[in-house]
Ligand binder design. Structure first.
Ligand SMILES: Cc1ncc(COP(=O)(O)O)c(C=O)c1O
Length: 391
């Protein structure tokens, strides 16, 4: 063997900028220091017993072969009934709904379905971590519009200026991860008018649609005037039913958009997982009280963790929705959220996520870290006690 020969770079150019995520680093540190993990954004408890039972029943009843590619019929019918109940939308389950492997697959397949190389794509930053890599892998050029601290809202002038002749798509995430901002009707109306004016497609990520706190309302962009034809709405069952590992998501939109999404979906995964699609269908029919209790329960946990963070001198941004809290670290001796998060996990045994990785320009997020409160009370109480001990 000629070991002086240069090893070929096997990775495609389109993925070379993708490194190991800070989530992986913080999870590894959390394990190493046996930390209370308030970093990872998923519940440490299970979803409703009857829904888990429904999945087990579906397996035992023989729902074990490939699902219909665009989703099992009961699931699409349940998504339609849910959209009518909560958003007043009348959807055709055959042509206007596509089930996917979580919202993540819907987001990725949408990027491939709608973005041409060179297209500009607007994203609000901080941005959920899958958007920018998906846009780039599709050949698009992400254009950031900042949600400004401390309220994490956009400046209308900056949004207007971000729209150009090359803008093809805008991503909207409401309720928003990681800031907890719930876009108001007025904010969505401005986005809608810019989409209409510039003939832009909106992709909305509404996975936290049922985690909205008192005084705030979740509005669906697709239901605003003349927005149905140009909006792809994405959601999933993971957050609403505390079953993130099931990865049952969906896209909703007019038939032409669904056909495009189905084109990429069929060759990415062909179909989602059959038995859990049947169980999530049942979950979507849960009564209004289930959804009200989910939001009220999370609101109590939000208040508890906000108080604990404030007591530790980490000014929290009280979220309007989602299960995340951003905390400002400027009162600490640390220059960046990354340094602070590393210190917190080692010294206090609490894991958090620094915010810089949520920005196109990481320096924007240096003063914030993200905590999440989708955790059992004993986890939150242990986290609060450790934050307190930090002094
Ligand atoms: C904003 C946002 N979108 C999408 C997802 C992923 O959803 P799913 O698990 O359904 O793929 C998450 C999960 O954390 C999220 O926070």
């Amino acid at each position: 063997m000629d070991d002086t020969r240069q090893q070929r770079e096997h990775r495609a150019t389109r993925i070379r900028s993708i490194g190991t995520s800070v989530f992986a680093e913080m999870s590894a540190l959390a394990r190493q220091y046996n930390a209370v993990n308030l970093g990872q954004g998923f519940p440490d408890f299970d979803g409703p017993l009857e829904i888990r039972q429904a999945a087990a029943d579906a397996i035992m009843a023989g729902r074990n072969q490939y699902a219909i590619s665009h989703g099992e019929t009961p699931l699409r019918e349940a998504i339609a009934a849910h959209a009518l109940r909560f958003h007043g939308q009348k959807l055709d389950p055959n042509t206007e709904i596509t089930a996917t492997s979580g919202a993540t697959e819907a987001l990725f397949c949408s990027a491939l379905a709608f973005i041409e190389p060179g297209d500009e794509v607007i994203v609000f930053q901080p941005a959920y971590d899958s958007y920018v890599p998906s846009i780039r892998m599709a050949g698009g050029v992400p254009v950031a519009v900042t949600l400004h601290a401390p309220e994490f809202r956009f400046d209308p002038g900056e949004l207007r200026a971000a729209f150009t002749q090359r803008t093809r798509v805008i991503y909207i995430n409401t309720p928003h991860n990681p800031s907890g901002t719930v876009f108001t009707r007025e904010e969505l109306e401005l986005i809608a008018s810019l989409c209409r004016e510039h003939d832009v497609l909106a992709i909305t990520d509404e996975v936290y649609e049922h985690i909205v706190f008192t005084g705030n309302t979740h509005h669906r962009l697709a239901t605003l005037p003349d927005m149905w034809e140009r909006t792809l709405t994405i959601s999933s069952g993971g957050k609403s039913f505390s079953l993130t590992g099931w990865k049952v998501g969906w896209g909703i939109g007019p038939a032409p958009l669904m056909n495009a999404l189905r084109s990429t979906h069929q060759f990415a995964v062909f179909a989602g997982t059959t038995p859990v699609q049947h169980a999530i269908a049942q979950a979507l029919h849960l009564p209004d009280t289930y959804y009200a209790e989910l939001a009220a329960d999370y609101q109590a946990r939000r208040d508890f963790l906000c108080d604990a963070l404030a007591a530790a001198g980490l000014a929290p941004r009280v979220p309007e929705g989602s299960y995340f809290i951003l905390a400002n670290i400027e009162s600490t001796p640390f220059a960046t959220g990354l340094e602070f998060s590393r210190h917190l996990v080692r010294e206090a045994g609490v894991a958090s996520i620094p915010l810089d990785s949520f920005y196109l320009d990481p320096s924007h997020g240096e003063k914030y870290v993200r905590f999440c409160f989708c955790k059992r009370w004993e986890t939150l109480e242990a986290g609060a006690a450790r934050l307190k001990s930090m002094g």
